[in-house]
Design a protein around this ligand. Structure first.
Ligand code: IMP
Length: 447
């Protein structure tokens, strides 16, 4: 039995979908704990390709329970479309469970997200426009609609009439948009409620029960560490907590019940939307990585910004998430490069900086200090073990593991499941080594 969290160690889109798909095979339960329809992964079923934004890809395994936890925000229209698409393909969604305390994305959230981005002009965040920030803002303001509110028609009517009238003032006065018709929205959402009702439960009870019965649980993070509301490149972040700690809050599970954290990082770096990105490559090389890596966002179709691997943010992700081992994805995208750079530290105002600066202005000033490694110049897409890899590719991976101070358990060399090297068991491998007791400070021990 092992309860494992899989998180993105960069700015999202690290290829978590493939890794969670691989690990879902040995999971009894797969849980999403934050984010909403801003996330997305493409899946291929019976030759048909489609996108899932909310339902964990574990749904493809008939005996796996899939849970959408309380830390997520749910756009019912999108969720119902996903359920319908899966059912049409003969994939049962009977095992899909939705937390009754997850918050609901409403039409005014999407409108406000898009209008406020426009209003921000050059200060825009580059959001996905799916209403994520405004849904979480209402949660904090304590005027959010939760899934359990949807399930009670009379209470919902009263709650939504007040909220929509309140939001209409914002839509019309602040953004010059036409007001929403409360009745229309209420009827629409009552319809969604009936579709979702069979899936709605107190998911924290289900998760605890699964733990008591020694079942394997996989917690699937969306987005990535540097997009975390508290630990990312604020304000250019999403509005939830993709870090490993978010899995406890976003499901109602105590931290003592987590066994392992797996960090997923690309062999280079990408970012969508605005915000600082020290190793970003402009020009031909950036274009090359974008083409070769098919770096187009699943949710918005936007081209991702590409750059070299940044070990400063990598080390930061290891620390903030307590990563035990890494999965490095898309190594094959680097196959044709003559040389490959890795950012080992930053220079800010003439000084060397080894740590991710929390101050956004300072982060913008960071100049990467690179170490250049030789490329390998041959395809790695067929490699199935470390011995198959060209020496330079192996050296590259070793260098990343040394810089990040964690072992690499998985290397991915293409989209398909078999284009993977399992270096060590990612679920049952050794816990991350800490400093030996004698080298920690005496004051820490006697505190
Ligand atoms: P929001 O989550 O739509 O509010 O967007 C906030 C920021 O997070 C923007 O820079 C988005 O591009 C980014 N973002 C949100 N979801 C994802 C994702 O799944 N992958 C990568 N970036 C994302």
């Amino acid at each position: 039995m092992a309860n494992v969290i899989v998180i993105g160690a960069q700015w999202g889109d690290e290829g978590k979908g493939k890794i969670t798909d691989l690990l879902s095979r040995s999971a009894d339960v797969v849980v999403r704990y934050q984010g909403g329809v801003n996330a997305g992964h493409t899946i291929v079923v019976k030759g048909q390709t489609f996108k899932l934004h909310l339902i964990p890809s574990g749904i493809l395994y008939p005996n796996t329970d899939c849970i959408i936890g309380c830390g997520t925000v749910i756009d019912p229209e999108v969720l119902i479309t996903e359920i319908d698409q899966l059912e049409e393909l003969g994939i049962s969604t009977r095992n899909l469970l939705i937390s009754e305390t997850a918050h609901v994305t409403m039409p005014y959230h999407r409108l406000i997200d898009q209008a406020s981005e426009e209003r921000r002009g050059s200060h825009k965040i580059g959001t996905t426009g799916r209403g994520i920030g405004p849904t979480y803002a209402d949660k904090s303001e304590r005027i959010g609609i939760r899934i359990l509110d949807l399930m009670e028609p009379e209470g919902l009517r009263e709650q939504l009439e007040w909220t929509i009238n309140y939001k209409n003032v914002i839509l019309s006065k602040l953004y010059n948009l036409p007001p929403l018709d409360p009745k229309e929205v209420i009827d629409q959402y009552l319809g969604y409620a009936e579709r979702l009702r069979p899936h709605v439960v107190d998911t924290s009870v289900k998760i605890y029960d699964a733990i008591q019965r020694r079942r394997n649980i996989l917690f699937e993070g969306a987005q990535g560490t540097l997009l975390d509301l508290d630990h990312g490149t604020y304000p250019y972040v999403t509005s939830s907590n993709p870090v490993a700690g978010g899995a406890c809050v976003g499901t109602g599970l105590g931290p003592t019940m987590i066994d392992r954290v797996i960090g997923v990082a690309k062999a280079y770096t990408t970012r969508v939307g605005e915000g600082p990105f020290p190793t970003e490559m402009h020009g031909e090389l950036g274009e090359f990585l974008c083409d070769r890596g098919a770096e187009i966002g699943t949710t918005t179709g936007r081209q991702r910004r590409c750059g070299w691997f940044d070990a400063v943010i990598g080390r930061y992700a290891v620390r903030i998430n307590g990563i035990d081992c890494l999965a490095i994805t898309k190594l094959d995208v680097l196959d044709e490069l003559e040389e490959i750079k890795v950012c080992v530290a930053y220079e800010i105002d003439g000084e060397r900086c080894e740590h991710f600066p929390r101050n956004a202005r300072r982060f913008t000033l960071c100049q990467p200090i690179y170490k250049t490694l030789p490329g390998w110049g041959v395809s790695t897409t067929h490699c199935r073990s470390l011995e198959d890899l060209p020496r330079q590719a192996l050296d590259y991976l070793k260098f990343l593991a040394e810089l990040m101070e964690v072992p690499i358990a998985i290397v991915s060399l293409g989209a398909s499941r078999d284009q993977t090297i399992i270096v060590e068991d990612p679920i049952h491998g050794p816990k991350r080594a800490l400093l030996p007791v004698e080298s920690t400070s005496a004051s820490l021990l006697s505190a």
